[in-house]
Design a protein around this ligand. Structure first.
Ligand code: ADP
Ligand code: MG
Length: 310
């Protein structure tokens, strides 16, 4: 049986606009198909920061200018970003597979992720999204129930909370497709956050960290490895300082200590380490690898990257 790996793609695998993204995914697909040819079964998740930002900003701007254009809720913007990124990834993977004479179906699942109604993050929204507003516009938005914050002297922006993922709603169809041998792209952008209202699940304005959701996905699929692909080949301590030290391996204990010491930047490396701890620590035999896209095959062979092990 092939080893299952969940690959969490970072921003550099996708680029910032449609043209860049189409170009970037061609290279991403080459690296992913290399992994498939090396014998791994892959499940793919990805970030969506710039993409959902672009969609949200476009919709906000349009409805500010033209009142006939409705305000687009943030959850719907997230869904659009999953479709848009999924399309590009799907297309690029299919083309690369075809080029190599491989016939494996590729599919994207629009994925909702359940978060807790009472997650403490709802008390402290932190992620700025969408357009900039004047002070007067910001008070209007506040009256509609949005949380608005001044953003570094550039104007006011909406901020949304970043709650923890609890459960992947579409996990059963994802499992079925994976066991049928299909390449599945899921949980894009960390998933569309929904809360359980008893009668129904309801999309909400929030952002779930894609690394944490990917750890959840890897756990629920019983993958052997969570592979987090980002812009750096390894994790460092004293990152960016003269005494910087790249790490080959990190035990859970070491990672926890470095985390306490503030070695991992919030919003970038910290969520990856948290995801690694959650996945590696969840069951014997599970491990997490953090490396760059172009080093993925080598790193899986143990030649580079940072392994987070029990
Ligand atoms: P992604 O889009 O892949 O999630 P992020 O920018 O969120 O990428 O996180 C990866 C970045 O984290 C790296 O490019 C690096 O600049 C930064 N970083 C912060 N702390 C560290 C660290 N201790 N070791 C390595 N990289 C770090
Ligand atoms: Mg990130």
């Amino acid at each position: 049986m092939q080893e299952k790996i969940v690959i969490a793609l970072g921003g550099n695998a996708l680029g910032n606009n449609p043209e860049e993204q189409k170009e970037a995914v061609r290279n991403t697909a080459i690296n992913i198909v290399d992994l498939i040819e090396a014998g791994y079964q892959v499940i793919i998740s990805h970030g969506n920061g710039p993409q959902v930002g672009m969609i949200n900003l476009a919709m906000d701007t349009a409805s500010k200018i033209n009142k006939d254009i409705p305000e687009m809720p943030f959850a719907e913007c997230g869904a659009m970003s999953q479709g848009y990124i999924g399309f590009h990834l799907q297309n690029a993977l299919q083309n690369e597979l075809r080029k190599r004479g491989l016939s494996i179906p590729v599919v994207t699942i629009v994925t909702q992720v359940l978060v807790g109604k009472n997650d403490p993050a709802f008390q402290h929204p932190t992620k700025p999204v969408g357009a900039f507003y004047t002070e007067a516009e910001a008070s209007e938005m506040r009256a509609k129930g949005f949380v608005m914050k001044e953003d570094a002297g550039r104007g006011y922006r909406r901020v949304v909370p970043s709650p923890e993922p609890i459960e992947i709603v579409e996990i059963e169809p994802i499992k079925m497709l994976v066991s049928a041998g299909h390449i599945v792209i899921a949980v894009g952008g960390g998933g569309i956050p929904v809360v359980d209202k008893g009668e129904s699940l309801q999309g909400i304005s929030a952002v779930i960290d894609k690394d944490l959701s990917s750890a959840k996905l890897a756990g629920q699929l019983d993958a052997g490895t969570l592979l987090i692909l980002t812009a750096v080949e390894k994790v460092a301590i004293a990152y960016g300082k003269p005494e910087q030290q790249w790490l080959d391996r990190l035990t859970i204990k070491e990672a926890e200590k470095y985390m306490e010491d503030g070695e991992f930047a919030e919003g970038s490396m910290l969520p990856k380490i948290k995801a690694a701890l959650a996945f590696t620590g969840s069951k014997a035999g599970r491990k997490t690898l953090i490396t760059s896209l172009d080093k993925a095959v080598e790193a899986l062979q143990g030649k580079t990257g940072t392994w987070i092990i029990p």
